[in-house]
Structures are given as C-alpha cells and as structure tokens.
Design a binder for this molecule. Structure first.
Ligand code: FES
Length: 114
C-alpha cells in the first residue's frame, strides 16, 4: 500500500496478484470508522467491491473467484458478479456496492474511490 487520505485509497497493482482478492481499508479518523473494501484482480483488471457478503455479513475474501468473473462466498455459497456486484445466486438478496477504480497510466498505482 502506498498512501491513503480521507476519500480514496491508493494501492499498487502488484498488491493484488492476478486472480486473487485482498481486503483493504479506506482511511478514517478512528479504526472503527474505516470502511473495508475488497479489491479483486480478475484476469489483470482490478475491481473494488463491498468487502462483506450481503447474506450474513461475513468476509468475501475467504471465498473464491470463478473463471467466468464471479465471486463465490465461502460461507453459504452466494455468488456475485465481480464487475457489477450483482447477486447471481443466493442466499444473498442484495447486490454488493461497487467502488470506482482508476489505474494510473504510468507505473502500477491504482486509486479506489470511496
Ligand atoms: S455469508 Fe455469504 S452466503 Fe452467507
């Protein structure tokens, strides 16, 4: 991780290897105010999603990525579309919030907007 400020998180692309997902935190005044964000490297492109499953609020980082661009929650099997956060299969009913990701043209820095 490179740096953080109050409205965005800046990471290095290499912090999230291809076809993996890593949980980061947006900055905040107190640790309890820091919002988690799940950054996913799907086939070389980064996406940022709400970090906890909308079924029972458990960590999606423990799940896995499918070859066709979905995340499967490890706990009860909910499936979400990585690109748009949409629920593809339950038991989750609510879509995941997605965050804007901007890869800088030079270097390997990536900005994620809260
Ligand atoms: S917490 Fe993810 S499916 Fe239940």
């Amino acid at each position: 991780m490179i740096s953080q400020n109050s409205h965005f998180l800046k990471i290095k692309k290499k912090d999230v290897p291809e076809n993996s997902m890593v949980e980061f935190y947006f900055p905040g005044q107190k640790p309890s105010e820091r919002k988690p964000v799940l950054v996913i490297n799907y086939k070389g492109t980064l996406f940022a999603l709400e970090a906890f499953c909308t079924h029972e609020g458990l960590s999606l980082e423990d799940g896995f990525i499918t070859d066709d661009g979905k995340i499967v929650c490890a706990w009860h099997g909910s499936v979400f579309d990585i690109k748009i956060g949409k629920v593809v299969d339950g038991p989750a009913k609510r879509d995941l919030h997605i965050y804007k990701v901007k890869e800088e043209k030079k270097g390997d820095k990536v900005v994620i907007y809260e």
